[in-house]
Design a protein around this ligand. Structure first.
Ligand SMILES: O=C(O)CCC(=O)C(=O)O
Ligand SMILES: [Fe+2]
Length: 282
């Protein structure tokens, strides 16, 4: 993980680290602590009062009865102006415009809060999609030669080795492959960062929340950025009434994208752990 200062960095060097280097970069002191603390207060309010929301790759937490210690707050654009302010930062727009094209989108914006005692997640990748372990559902020849996405993390609490800073395997983004028990995780590192910092990582890089063994919560904002071409040209579904959708055969449903649940309204989903292959990364 290379560390940069927002006032003195080379765009090409930072993007090269994301693509050809470790896959992770961190910029220090990007955001004001006032904005971060406000975001933290709002995230804590929702995490404290809402029902348990859908989260991912947490078979271990589920099996050990600790899933309630891994919390998500979804739909952050709708939960306070500060979230729009944070995600509109110049540094994000400069770097993502070059990496993904200057009409890039946000594909997901949520908070991940790990309470003390929370287990970690299985190591995974976020893109081309987080169910990449279903190999047969992806195109042949797919590879990581260009950036298909970029993830950003904005720590709201200290993300230390002990508090559950996101783990990652340096360089794993270069050979596009969903990690499994036969892979080598011995070089596992963590994205150590502080409130005010901004972390980017390549969505093809193997990573996952670490256990929180500290005595304080670890909350972070998680953002997915995507190139504009992920959107279909024609909105085929809005034309059609429920009757058509109900009667459509399986092939037509597949062609309309109705058999794949994304984009999904996560904030109202009642599932708790939908994704992952459920092994424990060693
Ligand atoms: O909370 C974290 O540290 C990482 C979460 C993550 O990678 C995910 O849910 O896809
Ligand atoms: Fe992830």
């Amino acid at each position: 993980m290379k560390k940069f200062s927002k006032d003195n960095y080379e765009t090409d060097e930072a993007l090269d680290e994301l693509m050809q280097g470790s896959g992770v970069i961190v910029f220090s002191d990007v955001f004001s602590l006032e904005d971060i603390n406000l975001a933290r207060e709002i995230v804590n309010h929702f995490a404290d009062t809402q029902d348990q929301k859908e989260s991912h790759f947490n078979a271990e937490a589920e099996a050990s009865g600790k899933i309630q210690l891994q919390q998500r707050v979804w739909n952050l654009f709708g939960k306070g102006d500060v979230f729009s302010k944070l995600i509109s930062d110049d540094l994000i727009f400069i770097l993502m415009s070059k990496l993904l094209g200057n009409e890039f989108f946000c594909g997901s914006y949520c908070a991940s809060r790990l309470l003390p005692g929370s287990p970690g997640q299985e190591l995974h990748l976020d893109y081309p999609y987080w169910d990449f372990y279903k190999t047969e559902t992806f195109p042949m020849g797919l590879n990581s030669s260009f950036a298909q996405n970029c993830q950003a993390t904005i720590p709201l609490d200290i993300c230390s080795e002990k508090s559950g800073a996101t783990a990652y395997i340096p360089g794993s983004q270069k050979k596009l492959h969903y990690p499994n028990q036969n892979d080598d995780f011995s070089n596992k590192q963590q994205m150590i960062a502080e409130p005010g910092d901004l972390v980017f990582f390549n969505g093809n890089c193997w990573h996952g929340a670490s256990p929180n063994n500290s005595d304080h919560q670890r909350a972070a904002l998680l953002i997915e950025f995507l190139p504009k071409y992920i959107k279909p040209v024609e909105d085929l579904v809005t034309y059609l009434n429920d009757e058509f959708k109900k009667n459509a055969d399986d092939r037509v449903r597949q062609l309309l994208g109705l058999n794949y649940e994304y984009p999904k309204i996560m904030d109202v989903s009642t599932k708790q752990n939908n994704i992952g292959i459920g092994y424990k990364a060693k």
